[in-house]
Design a protein. Structure first.
Ligand code: DX5
Ligand code: ZN
Length: 226
């Protein structure tokens, strides 16, 4: 089974939005692999965050992968705007609309990597018939909408199931919500290879701490990952 290198994706949801460019440059310099962007609409999730304008604004500040997690419904009308803004990965929620396959085709047609996120109550089997249309699976390990929530332990079983579903395909297996250096090892052992971390990287919003925090998560994961 081919395994991709472990990647760390700090979520800018917990960045200081008043100096967002500086925050993005700081995690880039601190060793982030992906820049995770949480897009919320106040409809699919009970919070409102940011849109394509902000993706375009941060794009000049990093060459790293911009990983857009769309917690919006409908998503399809906005896919082109996120692609044009500079997203590299566009992830939609399986629960966000009735035509997941169509959304995935639309993302790939825009030349972007297509991701699917599933909420804590959604089974991995929901992805079985679109797995060849997916470049990234995102297992939500909290209920989407807010940073700083506690990790839901049932997520480990879902990560193992998703790893089995992926098989030898070059699909990222990302986990998002409540990730810390304390659970990174167990997450990697279960099969996750992209770890999203908001609070665990950005709390305190002191850029001098980011490299050490990213390294702590990476080291904890790599200690266990096989
Ligand atoms: C939640 C978002 C997450 C969030 C993670 O809806 O999708 O990316 O920022 O934050 P932490 O790491 O604080 O749980
Ligand atoms: Zn997210």
């Amino acid at each position: 089974m081919s395994r991709q290198p472990l990647r760390i994706a700090p979520s800018i949801l917990s960045a200081d939005f008043a100096r967002l460019g500086e925050e993005v440059r700081a995690i880039d310099a601190g060793g982030a692999d992906y820049v995770h962007v949480d897009v919320m609409d106040g409809h699919f999730v009970p919070n409102i965050t940011i849109g394509p304008l902000i993706v375009a604004a941060i794009r000049p500040h990093t060459q790293k992968v911009i990983d857009c997690h769309l917690m919006i419904a409908p998503a399809d009308p906005y896919l082109a705007a996120f692609a044009q803004a500079g997203a590299d990965i566009i992830t939609v929620h399986a629960e966000a609309g009735p035509h997941l396959h169509r959304s995935l085709q639309a993302i790939r047609a825009l030349g972007k990597r297509a991701g699917v996120a599933i909420n804590p109550a959604t089974p991995v089997s929901a992805l079985a018939h679109v797995v060849d249309d997916i470049d990234l699976i995102l297992i939500m390990s909290v209920n989407p909408g807010f940073g700083g929530q506690s990790f839901i332990a049932e997520s480990y079983a879902k990560i193992r199931q998703a790893r089995a579903l992926i098989g030898g395909r070059p699909i990222d297996l990302e986990v998002d919500g409540g990730v810390t250096a304390a659970n990174a090892g167990e997450l990697a052992a279960a099969g996750a290879d992209v770890l999203v971390a908001g609070t665990a990287v950005f709390s305190g919003n002191d850029p001098s701490t980011y490299a050490g925090r990213i390294a702590a998560i990476r080291n904890a994961a790599q200690t266990v990952q096989v």
